[in-house]
Write a protein that binds this ligand. Sequence first.
Ligand code: HEC
Length: 155
Amino acid sequence: MILGNAIWKIVAAGTLVLGIGAGAALAETAEEAIKARQACMKANGAMMGVMVPIIKGEKPYDKAAIDAAIAAEGTACAGWANWWGEDTKPGGAVETWAKEEIWTDKAGFEAAGMAYGKASEGVKASTDEASFKAAFPALGESCGGCHEKFRRPKG
Ligand code: HEC
């Protein structure tokens, strides 16, 4: 983290470690990277689609569904570290809603990512409806916490 290493990796235990850095050797083209991070975010949206109805009491608590949604998000976002190269900034050939601030305030972006990772761990550790409901707000807030500063609204 301190070294600014570009990592958002899921280790075997399921611990989410994340950060952003200079992006060493980028395996992907700018277009692939932007599409991949948007697909990761769509998985985040899908994850909310599983969790929010439970929070609202519209669906029964379902630990397996919650865990599956978190796992799907983890898979979709596994390459996170590689998706923030200089060539993926706004204004390039591929449209992105990422804001310039991601590159001018790397520490802030990293902190927003860490807040997300921590909140996600909290939800993952929850074992019943009460603990899920207690853990969820931090996760919901972490989305907005990053978007507010680092994502241009769509449309
Ligand atoms: C660390 C920062 C960060 C966190 C945390 C974060 N997002 Fe995002 N999100 C972004 C950025 C940046 C974009 C724009 C990506 C682009 O267009 O290149 C984005 C885009 C999106 C999109 C639009 C995807 C598309 O293009 O269709 C959705 C939906 C989304 N986020 C949902 C979420 C949800 C839900 C959470 C929380 C569970 C979340 N995000 C957490 C940074 C973040």
